[in-house]
Design a protein around this ligand. Structure first.
Ligand SMILES: Nc1ncnc2c1ncn2[C@@H]1O[C@H](COP(=O)(O)OP(=O)(O)O)[C@@H](O)[C@H]1O
Ligand SMILES: [Mg+2]
Length: 233
């Protein structure tokens, strides 16, 4: 579904992503784990089109999209839930969700919203509430719901667990599994390697802009090096 080949991304002179190649197949949950500064967000933003690579290619559903603007990628079914949520804090929950449907060009917003509310009943209860007054967990749900409004085939999530209490982290991760079972392919970026490896089928480990390990998520979570570096021993 998604193929990234030999991606190199720079911020001025800083070489943030150094020759990353990865693949996501339809139906998978794939996770990209690594410490702060490893290049996870840079990789996701390059796939979603917010950053341009200096070299390398991104292919989605068999077509090269390396030079396609971000909104065109959303139209093709590639959506991202950004790091730090980035919801519209002064708008209501419902208005935020409507904003997420813009790529659908007036198609059935109501049925999209119904699907989001099935997944997140909490958002339905709060649909008229101003987003800035939601709790951190609810804001993360809203950010996920807003992305789902574009009906993505592949949804990329950047650190959805960041700053959330453990109970909410559990809830967010079980929703990710639920979305995947409902047919959405997932590329999940996380510093919380333990949780990410528990829901993913495959994983890539990133260190200073490079993939240093990859494979079956269960096998990686039992790997001594991974345990020592990312799972607290
Ligand atoms: N806007 C930016 N300008 C300059 N350097 C950046 C910028 N964003 C990220 N970096 C650098 O690029 C590297 C990768 O960052 P990032 O992709 O955000 O990592 P991660 O998401 O894994 O924490 C880091 O060294 C970071 O300092
Ligand atoms: Mg990041």
């Amino acid at each position: 579904m998604l193929t990234v080949t030999d991606l190199n991304v720079y911020y001025g002179a800083i070489h943030a992503v150094k020759g990353i190649s990865l693949e996501v197949n339809e139906g998978e949950i794939v996770t990209l784990i690594g410490a702060n500064g490893a290049g996870k967000s840079t990789t996701l933003q390059t796939i979603s089109g917010l950053l341009r690579p200096r070299t390398g290619t991104v292919t989605f559903l068999g077509e090269p999209i390396t030079n396609l603007p971000a909104h065109k990628r959303v139209e093709r079914g590639l959506a991202q839930v950004p790091e730090g949520r980035r919801i519209f804090l002064s708008m209501t929950v419902a208005e935020n969700l409507e904003m997420g449907a813009y790529s659908q060009r007036g198609a059935d917003t109501a049925s999209g919203m119904e699907q989001v509310f099935t997944l997140f009943p909490r958002l339905q209860e709060r649909r008229k509430q101003i987003a800035g007054t939601l709790s951190g967990g609810e804001q993360q749900m809203l950010a996920m719901g807003r992305s789902l409004m574009s009906r993505p085939k592949l949804l990329m999530l950047d650190e959805p667990s960041m700053g959330l209490a453990p109970i909410l982290v559990e809830q967010i991760f079980s929703t990710i599994v639920e979305m995947n079972r409902a047919g959405t392919t997932i590329l999940l970026v996380e510093q919380n390697a333990q949780m990410a490896l528990s829901v993913a089928g495959r994983a890539y480990v990133l260190e200073t802009g490079q993939i240093v390990m990859q494979g079956n998520a269960r096998e990686l979570s039992g790997n001594e090096e991974v345990k020592k570096a990312y799972l607290g021993g």
